[in-house]
Design a protein around this ligand. Structure first.
Ligand SMILES: *[C@@H]1O[C@H](CO)[C@@H](O)[C@H](O)[C@H]1NC(C)=O
Ligand SMILES: *[C@@H]1O[C@H](CO)[C@@H](O)[C@H](O)[C@H]1NC(C)=O
Length: 424
C-alpha cells in the first residue's frame, strides 16, 4: 500500500510540476536524434532555444541588462552575470566577453556548467557579456530601423571604434574599475579589440588590464574551402549589395527553427555544417547539436564579410577597402591603411587550436610578432597535449567537451598570475 501511495504522489508531482513541452532535444549519440522522443540516450535541455538572460537565470545566477548607446546611434544590450550570492559583484574584477561572427552573448552561456560566463563568476569575477550591433539583442537605433539598408552599412572598423569603446566605457563606468577590466574575445571579438587597441592605444590602456584572445584573427591561414570563399568574397559581396542585400541571416530565428526541425532527421548533415564552420570535431558533443543550431547563426553584415575577405586577399590587417577614389576621400591615400599592432602595449594572450579552419600557429605567430606588448604569449590549447581527440577547432573555445580542464584552467592561471586588478 505504502509504495503504491508513494508512486502516486510521485506521479502527481511530476505531472503538476512540469510544463507540457519537455520534448527531448539532446542526445548523446547522433543517430538517436532520429528517435529522440523514445530514446533513453536523449533528454530535454531547457537551454535549447533559450535567451542569454533565461539561461543565466536557469543556471542559478542573476542577470542585469544594460543599454549602451554608441556615438553613431546604435543601442546595444549588454548583460552582467550576478553571482549566486546576491549583490556580491561589488569590487570584483570585471571581465568583458566579446563574441564572434554569427554568434551573440549566448555563446558564453549555452553549454550549462561548461559555459565560460558561469566559470568566471564562480571564480570571483564580475562578468559582462557584449552584444555587437545587429545581433538579436542589439537591434535598436536612435533613428534607423533594421529594415533600413543603412542600418547594416557597418564594417569591422566601425564596430571596433563605436561598439567596443561604448561597451567597455559602460563597464568601467558601472563598476568603477577602469583600468582593471580583462577583455576576452573570440574570433571577431579578437579582431575588434586589436583594431580598437591599435587605433586608440591610450584609451584602451586606460580601460583594460589585458586581453585574452581566443581563436585570434588578424591574419588568416585558412583551410582551402574557406580560402576559396574569401577569395571570391569581395565580388560576391558587391553583387549581394547590388541586389539590396546588406546582411546575412537578417531573420536568424527562421533559419534556426528550420535547422532544429531538419537536424533530428539528418543529424550527420547538421554535424557536417558544424564541421564546416568550426573544423574537425573531436571535442564537439553530439548532445549539443540542436543546442548549437538554436544559438547559431545570428546576423552578419555583408560589409564585414567583404572586409575579412579583403584582409585575407591582401594578407594585411587593414581597414575597409572602398576602392581607390573613396579610399582617397576616407583615408587620404588610395589603399586602405594597415592597423599597427605595434601600438598595442597591453598584455595579450593568444590561445588557438590546431583544428581551426581560419588560422594556424603561423598566422597567430604573426600577430604575436607584431604586438608591441611586453607581456605576450601564445598557447596552443590544450597545452602540452597533442592527442588527436583533445585538439580544439575554431569554436571549441565555447563548446568543447573538455573546455574546463583544457581552457578555463589555463585562462585562470593567466588571469591570476598576470592580470590582477589595479591596487592589489
Ligand atoms: C558614469 O557616467 C556618468 C554619465 O556620463 C558620469 O556622470 C559619471 O561620472 C561616470 N562614472 C564613472 C565612475 O565613470
Ligand atoms: C574529457 O571529457 C570526458 C567527458 O566528460 C571525460 O570522460 C574525459 O576524461 C575528459 N578528458 C580529459 C583529458 O580530461
Amino acid at each position: 500500500m505504502l509504495p503504491v501511495l508513494m508512486l502516486l504522489i510521485c506521479l502527481a508531482q511530476t505531472s503538476t510540476s512540469s510544463p507540457v513541452n519537455l520534448e527531448n532535444n539532446a542526445c548523446s549519440h547522433l543517430l538517436d536524434y532520429r528517435v529522440k522522443s523514445i530514446s533513453r540516450n536523449c533528454y530535454h535541455n531547457p537551454d535549447v532555444g533559450a535567451t542569454t538572460p533565461e539561461m543565466i537565470k536557469r543556471n542559478g545566477y542573476g542577470v542585469e541588462s544594460h543599454d549602451v548607446t554608441t556615438d553613431d546611434g546604435y543601442i546595444l544590450q549588454i548583460y552582467r552575470v550576478i553571482s549566486k550570492q546576491a549583490g556580491s559583484n561589488e569590487k570584483k574584477q570585471p571581465v568583458y566577453l566579446e563574441h564572434g561572427i554569427l554568434l551573440d552573448s549566448d555563446a558564453w552561456t549555452f553549454v550549462g556548467e561548461r559555459s565560460l560566463a558561469y566559470s568566471l563568476v564562480d571564480d570571483g569575477y564580475d562578468v559582462w557579456l557584449g552584444n555587437q550591433r545587429g545581433t538579436p539583442y542589439s537591434r535598436r537605433h536612435e533613428t534607423l530601423k533594421t529594415t533600413d539598408l543603412e542600418y547594416w552599412d557597418y564594417n569591422l572598423d566601425t564596430v571596433a571604434v563605436y561598439d567596443i569603446s561604448a561597451s567597455l566605457n559602460k563597464v568601467a563606468n558601472e563598476t568603477g574599475m577602469e583600468g582593471s577590466i580583462i577583455y576576452i574575445g573570440h574570433s571577431r571579438g579578437t579582431t575588434l579589440i586589436f583594431m580598437y587597441a591599435a587605433e586608440y592605444p591610450e584609451e584602451t590602456e586606460r580601460l583594460l588590464k589585458g586581453i585574452i584572445a581566443l581563436s585570434p584573427i588578424a591574419f588568416f591561414n585558412p583551410k582551402p574551402y574557406i580560402e576559396f570563399l574569401l577569395t571570391i568574397g569581395p565580388s560576391l559581396g558587391k553583387s549581394l549589395k547590388a541586389l539590396g542585400i546588406r546582411v546575412f541571416f537578417q531573420y536568424p530565428t527562421i533559419l534556426k527553427q528550420f535547422l532544429e526541425f531538419i537536424c533530428p532527421s539528418f543529424p550527420y548533415f547538421c554535424e557536417f555544417i558544424v564541421f564546416l564552420v568550426s573544423g574537425k570535431l573531436p571535442q564537439f558533443m553530439p548532445e549539443d547539436l540542436l543546442n548549437f543550431f538554436s544559438h547559431f547563426p545570428t546576423s552578419w553584415a555583408v560589409n564585414q564579410a567583404i572586409q575579412y575577405s579583403q584582409m585575407n586577399n591582401a594578407d594585411k590587417f587593414q581597414k575597409f577597402d572602398y576602392g581607390k577614389t573613396k579610399n582617397l576621400e576616407e583615408y587620404g591615400q588610395d589603399t586602405p591603411p594597415e592597423y599597427d599592432l605595434g601600438k598595442i602595449k597591453l598584455p595579450v594572450y593568444l590561445l588557438y587550436g590546431v583544428n581551426d579552419i581560419f588560422i594556424t600557429g603561423k598566422s597567430v605567430k604573426r600577430v604575436y610578432d607584431q604586438l608591441g606588448s611586453e607581456k605576450k604569449q601564445i598557447l596552443k590549447i590544450p597545452v602540452d597535449n597533442d592527442k588527436k581527440e583533445d585538439q580544439f577547432n575554431h569554436n571549441d573555445f565555447f563548446y568543447a567537451k573538455n573546455i574546463t580542464t583544457f581552457l578555463y584552467e589555463e585562462m585562470s592561471k593567466i588571469m591570476k598570475d598576470n592580470l590582477q586588478p589595479n591596487g592589489q
